[in-house]
Design a protein. Structure first.
Length: 463
């Protein structure tokens, strides 16, 4: 009985113990579950924070990229605008520069006094430059030049426009007075630098009207020694006399031969008679003579002298003999310089005042002269053509370019002085052969008297 009771008590104790153990275990399980839940919630929070942080970082990254893209776009847009602005400035500058070049050309160019075809018009340097800058404008100027030339031509019979020139009587025909223009132009020192034309080369350009064709007559001349000549005249009616340097190099080839050799037969009628052999007296012609100079030989060692008539190259470089001229005698001097209308030549004896060799005048040429220009350099064919095309309207001072050392425009129309417009003061005196410090007996027997006569010259020279 006692044992049964004991067992029962024992069972109750065990049951309580198991119940307490279960309660403890339940509590512990609840704590463990709660802990797990708490950890799970913490992990979720941590994951949520990480996700949020990641999203914020991504948003920040996307925002930064967006800002950078906007900044880049803005910079590119500014760069593009700047490039456009700079291009516009550059284009505007180019246009202004182009307009300035055109303005300078228009200011310098001389409209042709005669009608020209397009090729001849373009042969003038300034016209060619204008065409390269603005073809359409050049074409308009070409049309305008020819229109004005036509108008001048139509009005010739109504109201003539004149330029002034000088007429000389020579010293051969009846009534000759040995009249001339005396200058102090010295080909051995044209500008005071001591550099002779023999070395630098030269260009002589002028309008000439033959009124007679006596043998060995000169319209522009200075002969200081037989081997130091600066002569421009006539050997005869069918031959020029161009003396540059030594006597054995003087040019006396017939006009007809030079025209045929150079392929210029088509201009014979402009200054030769109906047979195409001798000069037409009373007809104006433009003459230009160039010389390379001893400082400027070509690749073959030649120092060429070239002749141009009415804008055409007719001698020099066409295989002729005597074409290379070595002008080595260049120290001689005398009292007077180059003469127009007669030849200034060294005479015997010395002038008591200057101590220089005497000068006398002979071998005059009855003729008309106008627009005489001397340059200390050789000009090219295009330049000569532009001078010819310009007629009396051409101004060597404004349009001739570098090297001008003597320019007598003959624009005075009266008086006894022809001004040298080159700036070197080689003014000419209208006088006669008595002006020399010596005189030939034959010239003295005329006797010399008076001065050259001022004449009115049609601005187009009848071309």
């Amino acid at each position: 009985m006692h044992d049964l009771e004991y067992i029962r008590r024992r069972q109750k104790l065990l049951e309580k113990k198991r119940k307490r153990a279960a309660e403890v275990e339940a509590k512990e399980e609840a704590i463990r579950v709660a802990k797990m839940k708490a950890e799970a919630r913490e992990q979720e929070k941590t994951a949520a924070r990480k996700k949020l942080l990641k999203e914020q970082q991504e948003n920040d990254r996307l925002h930064e990229r967006h800002v950078k893209r906007k900044q880049k776009q803005a910079q590119q847009k500014w760069d593009d605008r700047l490039d456009i602005l700079l291009a516009q400035i550059k284009e505007q500058s180019r246009k202004q520069s182009k307009l300035e070049e055109i303005r300078i050309i228009i200011k310098k160019r001389e409209p042709s006094l005669i009608e020209l075809d397009w090729d001849r018009w373009l042969s003038i340097d300034l016209n060619k430059k204008l065409a390269l800058l603005d073809f359409e404008y050049a074409l308009e100027m070409f049309k305008r030049d020819n229109l004005m030339a036509k108008r001048r031509k139509r009005t010739r019979g109504k109201k003539k426009q004149f330029n002034y020139g000088l007429s000389f009587t020579g010293n051969d025909a009846d009534g000759a007075r040995a009249d001339l223009v005396a200058t102090q132009f010295n080909p051995h020192d044209p500008d005071g630098s001591g550099k002779p034309l023999a070395e630098s080369g030269f260009t002589v350009a002028y309008w000439y009207r033959p009124d007679e064709s006596y043998t060995n007559s000169f319209h522009i001349s200075w002969k200081v020694h037989t081997n130091s000549r600066f002569d421009f005249g006539l050997m005869d009616a069918d031959q020029p006399y161009i003396g540059v340097g030594p006597e054995n190099k003087k040019l006396t080839t017939k006009w007809e031969t030079m025209l045929s050799t150079s392929g210029n037969d088509d201009i014979k009628s402009t200054f030769l008679d109906d047979d195409g052999k001798i000069l037409k007296n009373g007809t104006w012609m433009h003459i230009a003579v160039t010389y390379a100079g001893t400082d400027n030989p070509d690749g073959d060692g030649n120092m060429l002298r070239k002749i141009y008539v009415n804008g055409r190259h007719i001698y020099g470089g066409f295989g002729e003999t005597k074409q290379s001229v070595d002008w080595t005698r260049k120290a001689d001097t005398m009292v007077q310089g180059v003469a127009f209308g007669m030849r200034a030549v060294q005479a015997s004896g010395t002038d008591s005042e200057s101590g220089l060799r005497n000068t006398k005048y002979n071998n005059g040429n009855a003729c008309g002269l106008d627009e005489i220009a001397f340059y200390k350099e050789e000009k090219d064919a295009n330049w000569v053509t532009s001078v010819y095309n310009g007629g009396a309207g051409y101004n060597h001072k404004n349009s001739g370019g570098n090297g001008l050392v003597g320019y007598w425009k003959f624009s005075e129309g009266k008086g006894t002085t022809v001004k040298d417009l080159s700036g070197y003061g080689h003014h000419g005196t209208l006088t006669n052969a008595l002006y020399g410090t010596s005189i030939d007996n034959a010239i003295n027997n005329l006797p010399p008297s008076g001065t050259p006569t001022w004449i009115k010259v049609p601005k187009g020279y009848g071309q």
